[in-house]
Design a protein around this ligand. Sequence first.
Ligand SMILES: Cc1cc2nc3c(=O)[nH]c(=O)nc-3n(C[C@H](O)[C@H](O)[C@H](O)COP(=O)(O)OP(=O)(O)OC[C@H]3O[C@@H](n4cnc5c(N)ncnc54)[C@H](O)[C@@H]3O)c2cc1C
Length: 420
Amino acid sequence: MNQTSKAAQGGQVTIIGAGVVGMATAVQLQDAGYAVTVIDRLPPGEAASFGNAGGMPTSHAFPLGMPGMAAKLPGWLTDPLGPLALRWPYLPRLAPWLVRFMRASGTENAGKSFEGILALMRSSKTDWQPLLDAAGIADLVQPVGGVIPYRNEAALEADAAMWRMSRQHGLNVQRLNRDELRQVEPTLNPDYTCGMFEPDWQRAVDPHAVVVGLAEHFPRRGGTLLRELVADIETGPNGVHALRTNKGVHKVENLVICAGAWSQKLAACLGSKIPLESCRGYHIVLPEPGKMPRNMVFPPEFSCAITPMRMGLRFAGTAEFAGLNSEPNWGRARKLTEVAKSVFPGISTEGYTEWAGDRPIIPDSLPVIDRSPRHRNVVFAFGHAFYGLTLGAITGRLVTEIVDGRPPSVDLAPYRVSRF
Ligand SMILES: Cc1cc2nc3c(=O)[nH]c(=O)nc-3n(C[C@H](O)[C@H](O)[C@H](O)COP(=O)(O)OP(=O)(O)OC[C@H]3O[C@@H](n4cnc5c(N)ncnc54)[C@H](O)[C@@H]3O)c2cc1C
């Protein structure tokens, strides 16, 4: 790291949010020499970062909004348990976001989103490794393949445009016939007759433990973790100078907002209107499924990721737009037990646990990684949607470069606030 940086002059950074993005950012700012404080109302990793699917792909960079979405909207509106659902009472508030989302889902714009996600994803493995090693938690992330099984060739052909996108970018994606699919993933329902295979993935065998591991490492190196709710941000002529929490006032030299789905309100306090929504997901974990796939499996008809983890087999997914403060619809989690039985006939769902969490999503599925346009000592790093675990480490690297005043090692244009 560049030790001629501002950090060498005793720089201090405060981060709001101890999710995977906040903690991966905190340890890298420490590496650069900053004194770092992380503030969260919850213990580390207890929001969206707790229950994700643990997938860390290098080749699967699809945004939520893909061409053909418009045709699916009416179906979503009428099926509260479908893979993608909207709650009617929330529709008036969601409408402006949806308009932007539909625009972002056109062929050209979806292609740009794919490229924007991929540009961050390509180095995700190499960005994560030193952080995991330093925290002593490298065993929590393991290599895995990603299998996308289809019931028939017609279903695979319907996704042809999507797979063309991957091939156009030279990604390692292989088409499997029935026998190959069986060999790669023998546990699948034999009704699946073909598939796609992405061999170069990683998976976190316990995504919550990854954040906890970073959070335990962080104070050992002098970091400060505060369990407080940030209620207000105080600004002056030189930018942000203090945070007002439920427990007091904290002076701030540099501020990084990594507050996931709650970031919109904090950015608004600083004069930036960001179209950030909660895209709620659910998971179930089967403690003793009786069948354990070798790979991560993504049956596209259910929009669900299935991951072998150390606490059991996790089925995570579905996307629900119901507003950040709404009650979860646990029927959506229960629906995942039917997915389990359909994908792996004979599986046991006995004793399953369920969870819901709020993904932070922007219409183009790209995060915001940028300096606040109004306050030069503030950096935004949120909105990672379906890839926050995968992209946590690279985000932390880019935030560190921004805070340090170094040229960013990735072109930040796709992630700038000015795109709104
Ligand atoms: C079902 C599901 C499956 C997923 N699968 C994957 C996957 O396979 N791979 C992948 O890469 N990603 C996946 N994701 C996405 C990933 O989990 C998220 O993108 C990521 O967790 C976001 O991390 P974060 O740190 O930005 O937010 P969070 O983990 O939500 O953390 C934000 C933190 O900010 C705190 N906070 C907010 N406001 C305040 C305030 N005012 N004061 C104090 N603290 C505050 C919150 O308490 C919270 O702890 C999945 C998500 C879901 C829901």
